[in-house]
Design a protein around this ligand. Structure first.
Ligand code: SAM
Ligand code: SF4
Length: 333
């Protein structure tokens, strides 16, 4: 089938799908406490999400990641996983995975593993239950720990995503590295990004460059460079003492766009060709206007032809405005 090649010669082989903008947590860097969520009519049904994702698979996408909001709080979400898993069976898809806050994994871990999900990303910024409550506002630490245990027992490989937050979790990085080593989890640190309005000044206060995180980790651990290509923007090292891997995602300090192979679909059917740019394409109209996939395929091709070379994130010190107005929970992390 026709490959999706952007104007800079990059093949688009990875689609992230935000299946809902809702969440059972209210992480301080991601959402305001009183978020207004989208009306149901604007949200693609599970069948429509399947149609769009499957169109991408036919056009050469090899990896699908469901995210959100919290993907596992969308009602009947397992039916979408089940139908998308058919592409694993045919060999059209290499990987079906998700990013989750872990709260619903006690319910769903076994089923995900049965469907052919092999590894998952679980977001966790702290091992301190009180801090966890402060960061997530509504999250339950014990539930996430139970979710991780369920995922491990189901045989899922786990990568922990940790947002580095100055003055919040920066004393804990060594503990996280040691804990991930013990549990057999990979770990990725993420720099806080200027996405969505969350309250004045908050982002500047939280921003902690990963170059500093790495330098600090090196005081305690031996970090060995490894050449691991995951198709993602993270750079990886191996921790000699634990054997575990650590990734660093540094959108703010390092231009990670060069090898970008991904695009993002929101739950309303809007396709973002770059996390850090406003340009987007509406795929909901072609899906709803016709039972044929022709208009949808055409809209996808047209969008990929507009994929920009890269982002230009800055945390603007004068205006304190986010570089991009939409929240991460809308675009999908
Ligand atoms: N609810 C799921 C979760 O938390 O894993 C999936 C969606 S969440 C938006 C995806 C990832 O984005 C999480 O790892 C979260 O920590 C991260 N994230 C959210 N807002 C962010 C921001 N402003 N800067 C950097 N990472 C952010
Ligand atoms: Fe929810 Fe994930 Fe955003 Fe936290 S980071 S509020 S868990 S979507």
């Amino acid at each position: 089938m026709t490959q999706l090649i952007d104007p800079f010669g990059r093949a688009v082989t990875y689609l992230r799908v935000s299946v809902t903008d809702r969440c059972d947590f209210r992480c301080v860097y991601c959402m305001s406490e009183d978020m207004t969520f989208l009306p149901k009519a604007e949200i693609l049904t599970l069948e429509e999400l399947d149609r769009v994702a499957s169109a991408f698979v036919r056009l050469g996408v090899r990896k699908l990641r469901l995210t959100g909001g919290e993907p596992l709080v969308r009602r009947n979400i397992m039916s979408l996983f089940r139908s998308l898993a058919r592409h694993l069976g045919t060999g059209a898809l290499d990987e079906l995975t998700l990013t989750t806050n872990g709260s619903q994994l006690p319910r769903f871990a076994d089923e995900l593993a049965d469907l052919g999900v092999k590894r998952i990303n679980v977001s966790l910024d702290t091992l301190d239950a009180d801090k966890f409550a402060a960061i997530t506002r509504w999250g339950k630490y014990d539930k996430v720990m139970a979710g991780l245990a369920a995922a491990k027992a189901a045989g899922l490989r786990i990568k922990i995503n940790t947002v580095a937050l100055k003055g919040v979790n920066d004393e804990e990085f060594d503990d996280l590295v040691a804990w991930c080593g013990d549990e057999g989890y990979d770990l990725t640190f993420i720099e806080v990004m200027p996405l969505g309005e969350i309250g004045e000044g908050a982002r500047l206060d939280q921003y902690l460059p990963l170059s500093l995180v790495r330098a600090r980790l090196q005081e305690r651990w031996t970090l060995e460079e490894i050449d691991l290509k995951t198709g993602g923007p993270a750079r990886y090292v191996r921790v000699k003492e634990t054997g575990g891997r650590i990734g660093f995602i540094t959108p703010m300090t390092h231009n990670f766009c060069e090898g970008c192979n991904r695009v993002r679909l929101t739950c309303t059917g809007t396709l973002y060709m770059c996390l850090g740019q406003e340009d987007a394409a509406d795929l909901r109209a072609p899906v709803r206007s016709s039972e044929s996939d022709e208009p949808l395929n055409a809209a996808i091709h047209e969008a990929i032809a507009r994929k920009p070379k890269g982002h230009d994130f800055i945390i603007d010190r004068r205006s304190h405005q986010p570089a991009v107005g939409r929240h991460m929970s809308v675009t999908g992390g």
